[in-house]
Design a binder for this molecule. Structure first.
Ligand code: HEM
Length: 484
């Protein structure tokens, strides 16, 4: 036995004894979980792996609530609908904070934002501004016009019978649409520091996904400085701040109530720093989440022609002679709604909700959760909870939603409780309208004679908050002849 193996065995044995002693002497009934090592905790069991798959495997062994340590920080991970209900209903007031870290503070414009801000008066003011002033019915009516004109541009530019890089096409589409509702015009082609807005948003999803200061609050900053992470965050924030600042500086005030954008509605009530933070939340909240979901919808449909043909039939039976479909059309398309729900169940872009920070001693599932513990809700685990989803849980089968009442926490792609996603309605209606238009007069097939069922749908979760498809999606659009 070499010296490395011997010392690893000694460390593992000592940590098991320490952990056992700590548990039995604490007097608390802490959730079960795999043994952790000193200093790094359970990091060796998760680094370089798909976190959601690792957690779901651990849950099969330890149950739907487990205790892990990421560095020095305790994390309780919940992956069942029943326990998520307890977290969001009984303990929402104790779990509505986010953990603090130097990394998040920098990325969240000094916590001027909504997503990572502590649950305080400033947070409530910012969330109210987003929900009441931006996501109200008058504003969302004007977003529909923007969406319609962007859809026209997208469909008119499709190279029929030729391969398209669907991810690229649909992410550019989402960037243009969101830029227009945020800043009145598109900034999709502007490059700063060699990066476009879409590249900056991808980078942000990586930077938000966790760093040393979240795992080692007292010394993490040293590791961040030494590893180059701080420089990476600074470079990113310099470019991103400049781009968002440019949007504010170049903004033209819209006097017409039908054309207002986010900058118009928050200019008078927010500081410049708060405006940058709220714009960042809308960009981060809308672009990557929506375009990744659209890539998954298209992938799952093309891979499952039975579902695709049934959806096409529904869309085309409601479309009449309209060139483009809107929300009044999609309101009648029940199968379309189920297709989107099923895609979010299997491939929701956020397999975990954004981390909550427990501020009081509570109990979930009979286990003690102590103040200072971070709580991660595994929405992917909930979406496959065998006590809720009993039949062919891994199959793409939108019919499972027919004649079924889905309880609030049976699936949680948009989170739950008071920190749930405020963009839920805008996001789902946008997804429905885009998919309806992509299939109204268009058929889609895989390139180079590939069989539909051979389309690859492997996930890539490493190093980002969001799950993407591992390989890019290439598809061939074909004009559908409605007379045929
Ligand atoms: C498919 C699209 C979307 C998905 C899957 C999604 C998902 C999520 C999830 C999982 C959370 C965390 C909830 C929690 O911690 O319980 C969240 C929070 C949030 N989302 Fe979304 N989102 C989407 C679209 C949007 C849109 C369109 C906006 C804005 C217009 C938005 C803005 C936000 C904000 C501001 C938060 C933070 C809420 C808070 O901390 O109070 N999201 N979203």
């Amino acid at each position: 036995m070499d010296i490395f193996t011997l010392s690893s065995l000694v460390i593992i044995t000592i940590s098991c004894i320490l952990l056992w002693k700590k548990k039995s002497s604490s007097g608390f009934n802490l959730p079960p979980g795999p043994p952790s090592l000193p200093i790094i905790g359970n990091l060796h069991q998760i680094i370089g792996k798909s976190l959601s798959h690792t957690i779901m495997n651990m849950s099969q062994k330890y149950g739907p609530i487990i205790l892990l340590h990421f560095g020095s920080q305790p994390f309780v991970v919940i992956s069942s609908s029943k326990l998520a209900t307890q977290a969001f209903q009984t303990h929402d007031n104790v779990l509505c904070n986010r953990p603090y870290s130097r990394n998040l503070k920098r990325l969240a414009f000094n916590y001027n934002d909504i997503v990572f801000s502590p649950y305080d008066d400033h947070y409530k003011h910012m969330r109210k501004t987003l929900v009441v002033d931006f996501l109200n019915s008058r504003m969302t009516k004007s977003f529909k016009k923007v969406l319609d004109s962007e859809l026209k541009r997208l469909i008119d530019s499709l190279p029929f019978d030729k391969e398209v890089h669907f991810d690229k096409m649909i992410s550019n589409f989402m960037v243009d649409y969101v830029c227009k509702i945020v800043a009145g015009k598109s900034y999709g082609d502007v490059t700063l520091g060699g990066k476009k807005l879409i590249d900056m948003l991808h980078e942000m999803a990586i930077l938000f996904s966790g760093s040393f200061s979240e795992m080692f609050p007292s010394v993490g900053w040293v590791l961040e400085d030494l590893s180059g992470w701080t420089r990476r965050v600074d470079n990113h924030m310099t470019n991103f701040d400049a781009l968002i600042g440019k949007m504010i500086d170049e903004h033209i005030d819209h006097t017409n109530a039908d054309e207002k954008d986010l900058i118009d509605v928050c200019k008078s009530s927010l500081t410049r720093e708060e405006m940058k933070a709220i714009m960042t939340n809308v960009f981060n909240g809308s672009v990557d989440t929506s375009y990744l979901t659209l890539v998954w919808v298209m992938s799952m449909l093309v891979k499952n022609p039975r579902v695709m043909h049934k959806l096409q039939a529904e869309i085309r039976s409601h479309s009449g002679k309209k060139p483009r479909l809107d929300e009044t059309d999609t309101a009648k398309m029940m199968y379309l709604k189920n297709v989107i729900k099923e895609t979010l169940r299997l491939h929701g872009p956020s397999p975990f909700l954004i981390t909550r920070h427990c501020v009081e001693h509570i109990q979930i599932g009979g286990y003690d959760i102590l103040p200072g513990t971070n709580v991660l809700i595994c929405s992917r685990g909930i979406a496959k909870d065998p006590t809720v989803w009993t039949e062919n849980v891994n199959e793409f089968y939108p019919e499972r939603f027919e004649n079924r009442v889905v309880d609030q926490f049976d699936m949680t792609p948009f989170g739950g409780g008071r920190r749930s996603c405020p963009g839920f309605n805008l996001a789902t209606s946008t997804l429905e309208v885009v998919v309806a238009n992509l299939f109204n007069n268009i058929d889609w097939k895989p390139p180079n004679g590939m069989r539909n069922e051979d389309l690859d749908v492997e996930e890539d979760e490493e190093g980002s908050l969001l799950v993407a498809k591992k390989t890019p999606l290439y598809l061939v659009p074909v004009k559908h002849n409605s007379q045929a």
